[in-house]
Design a protein around this ligand. Structure first.
Ligand code: ZN
Length: 598
């Protein structure tokens, strides 16, 4: 007897499990059962699984019956004319969606030539097996699977033309490549996904060779002249928003140049970018901490008599300020109203980001690297034709990662550039013979290698160097937005330890493993300094071992339990004092036993 499970729950048994699944699938193809249903039979467990719930990953395949595809030439012609739609094919049972469980029972043919009587399905296109994300890459099937995976992930981080109406938008942050290019080696899905009109990279000349150690450990060397011509140049946008709120009692925020008597008034310098209306104008240069919209708000707690006597206005500065460490040029200023009818001002600041040492670049094959050095054009290696590469990529990045697609794209790009045509690098559809033909026709070696000369000494490089064209992306991880250091700075209120994170001017954590390095170097005493960022002195009662109370009015320190005054001052980290307090809040009595230090 086969057990039947519906959406994972036991519902009954049947004598003919296999036949039941067959009839369920047949009914789905006839349109009697919904197309979202999947069913499968497990031979070894004698189990029938029927699934109709959401969240299952499914993929479409063409149904095969008696060794023949159900999608006929006539249907394809009708599809082209628009007389037939995808949904029609699904309803007719020509195309069906399989989930992971039903796919286990299917035998899927890869290409029409492979079809036999045993096959149950055929791929719509061979490249469908890699999915939409990886099918945007070129030659993904030539790389090790994980590399193509990294590659499709890095495509999402590439700086490019993310939308064409960007100048009308007010995204909080945006990155935009100044000279985006369509890739020379393309995949067929690029057009379908609209990636060709939203490019995120540039075709560059690459040489695969070392360069005086400046490209070890995945670093890349970039030609200075290429950067000056606009390679990898991008703009970074940030939009700042402020709203003039209204409060109870008729109080409201005021946008304008704040009066110097206002509480929290910064120095004059921070406000000098403002116009007379208290808002910056477009195309004004601004730096970090500059005010872009002057705004004052009512004080949070009213009726403080002292302050009015001193002649200070009952308002505080609440201006909109450019983030510390950022800046640029005011791109646009939008003045509008919020949903509540309050005055709303948005200021977009744009900053030019020219590639610098430490910026991240990647090809479409999971080969990422940081810029190691920018070399003057005259020092770059050159070929017999006088071609200098834009990027020098280290050959050691290839053997262990086995990204053959990367090498193929270099050769394919070179052939395409020489012949003036786009090369098809779609998964399972690349034509290496054609690339070789183009290269030979242009008078080049068919493996893409050339003799190059050292740009500094003029000597010939002994080995032949692979030099060609490849599509390179600038990833949005820019050093200028990441580098950070601190000497002294703000501390968190609760723990008295340094704040965390670059935006809060935070400290750099010296953690468990970093501690071990100092111990290993015999510098354990240095840890006393490193770990004393929240050092405090707390008075303790010697008899009870609890924190004592300091009464500043009576100038007396006493124990809250025994009221005694046998008090000892103990140095400890504030975080430990906090732990004791938290234990007390949970009805635990942490008694500190003290001994004199030897
Ligand atoms: Zn006590």
């Amino acid at each position: 007897m086969s057990e039947i499970y519906l959406n994972g729950e036991y519902v009954g048994t049947t004598k003919e499990g296999r036949e039941l699944v067959k009839s369920l699938i047949a009914k789905r193809r006839q349109g009697v059962l919904p197309w979202t249903m999947n069913s499968s039979y497990y031979e070894e467990k004698d189990e029938v699984q029927i699934n109709t719930d959401g969240g299952r990953v499914r993929r479409p395949l063409i149904v095969v019956e008696n060794g023949a595809s159900k999608l006929t030439e006539a249907m394809i012609a009708q599809l082209r004319e628009g007389k037939l739609t995808w949904q029609n094919l699904v309803e007719k049972g020509v195309v069906e969606y399989l989930d992971a469980e039903e796919e286990e029972m299917a035998l899927v043919a890869f290409k029409p030539e492979e079809l036999t009587k045993k096959h149950t399905h055929i791929e719509i296109d061979p490249m469908m097996i890699v999915g939409v994300g990886a099918s945007l890459l070129v030659y993904p099937e030539k790389n090790r699977g994980d590399r193509s995976n990294y590659g499709s992930r890095m495509v999402t981080q590439a700086v490019g033309m993310y939308l064409h109406n960007h100048n009308l938008r007010d995204d909080t942050t945006a990155q935009m490549l100044v000279y985006p290019q369509e890739p020379l080696v393309q995949s067929e899905t690029i057009h379908a996904a609209g990636v060709d009109i939203h490019p995120a990279g540039q075709n560059i000349i690459i040489a695969v060779m070392p360069f005086y150690g400046y490209n070890i450990e995945d670093a890349i060397v970039i030609n200075k002249a290429s950067i000056e011509r606009g390679l990898g140049r991008s703009y970074s946008f940030r939009t700042y928003v402020t709203e003039a709120n209204r409060y109870w009692g008729g109080q409201e925020d005021e946008i304008g140049f704040p009066d110097p008597s206002v509480r929290g008034f910064k120095s004059e310098k921070e406000y000098n970018k403002l116009d007379s209306d208290g808002i910056v104008s477009p195309e004004t240069n601004v730096e970090g901490n500059d005010v872009v919209v002057g705004k004052t708000s009512p004080l949070r707690f009213l009726g403080v008599v002292k302050e009015t006597r001193l002649g200070i206005k009952n308002r505080r500065d609440n201006s909109l300020v450019v983030n510390a460490g950022e800046g640029g040029v005011v791109d646009k200023v939008i003045m509008t109203e919020s949903k509540e009818g309050n005055r709303l001002i948005k200021v977009t600041v744009r900053e030019l980001k020219i590639p610098e040492v430490g910026d991240k670049f990647a090809s479409r094959h999971g080969q990422k690297g940081v810029l190691g050095i920018i070399v003057p054009e005259e020092d770059m290696p050159f070929t017999a034709d006088g071609i200098t590469p834009d990027i020098i990529f280290n050959a050691h990045a290839i053997p262990s990662r086995m990204t053959i697609g990367h090498l193929l794209e270099i050769i394919g790009g070179k052939a395409g550039a020489l012949a003036g045509e786009k090369i098809n690098g779609t998964a399972f559809k690349g034509n290496e013979e054609y690339i070789v033909k183009l290269l030979k026709a242009a008078g080049f070696r068919d493996d893409g290698k050339e003799t190059v000369y050292n740009g500094i000494t003029g000597e010939k490089v002994e080995a032949s160097i692979l030099i060609g064209m490849i599509y390179y992306q600038r990833l949005y991880h820019l050093v200028s937005q990441k580098m950070h250091a601190r000497s002294k700075g703000p501390v968190a209120l609760l723990t008295k330890q340094p704040t965390e994170g670059r935006s809060k001017e935070g400290g750099l954590r010296f953690g468990e493993m970093e501690k071990d390095t100092l111990v290993a170097h015999g510098a354990a005493i240095t840890l006393r300094e490193r770990f004393s960022s929240d050092k405090t002195t707390i008075p303790f009662c010697e008899t009870c071992g609890v924190t004592a109370v300091v009464d500043k009015i009576k100038n007396k320190t006493y124990c809250p339990l025994c009221k005694g005054s046998k008090i000892k001052n103990v140095d400890m980290s504030y975080a430990f004092k906090l732990l004791l307090d938290e234990m007390k809040s949970m009805m635990i009595y942490p008694q500190v036993v003290m001994e004199e230090e030897e």
